[in-house]
Design a protein around this ligand. Structure first.
Ligand code: NI
Length: 177
């Protein structure tokens, strides 16, 4: 079921989400099905449970040759529960981000370039991966939602934050995340 995505300003987006304690439950599967439907409907690259008003540490993400991200490498379709992120290098890089909770806008955000992440899938099976560049950026963005952090809170230079059609005039893509 497609759910409403909360927008920046809603205090529920600022909460620290709770860990999932039981895996492979009908509630967890229903949550992930709703998250997938909602993300697909809005053509997102990722979605965190708090964005649909569920304060649990669950994120989904994935990018397959999305025409909206012509330069982006593919990101595997992933359900990540109770994630733990560990930067593998202190190097950060600035890059454009958007968010389904901040529709119509883009900003330049610093993120770690090289990252290890671990967690579980919805069945409780462990996930442990290294990620770089765009993949690492997506994971950091989504997991920030679990700690009540929206990407504008990480922007250093607000001259690189604005409305998509004003920032990139003439581009017809109506990207929303
Ligand atoms: Ni977001």
């Amino acid at each position: 079921m497609i759910r409403d995505v909360l927008r920046m300003g809603d205090p529920r987006l600022l909460q620290v989400a709770k860990e999932v304690e039981r895996f492979d439950t009908s509630d967890l599967h229903a949550l992930i099905a709703d998250m997938r439907d909602t993300m697909a409907h809005l053509h997102g690259a990722g979605l965190a449970a708090p964005q649909i008003g569920v304060s649990l540490r669950v994120v989904i993400f994935g990018v397959q040759c999305n025409p909206r991200y012509p330069d982006a490498e593919e990101v595997p379709d992933t359900v990540l529960v109770n994630p733990v992120l560990t930067p593998l290098d202190e190097v950060q890089e600035e890059g454009w981000e958007g968010c389904l909770s901040v529709p119509g806008m883009r900003g330049v955000v610093p993120r770690f370039v090289l990252l290890h992440y671990k967690g579980f899938d919805q069945y409780g099976k462990p996930i442990s991966r290294d990620a770089t560049d765009f993949h690492a950026r997506v994971v950091q963005h989504e997991c920030d939602h679990l700690d009540g952090i929206l990407y504008p809170m990480r922007i250093r230079d607000f001259r690189q934050f604005g409305f998509i059609d004003a920032l990139f005039p003439g581009q017809t893509e109506s990207a929303e995340d």
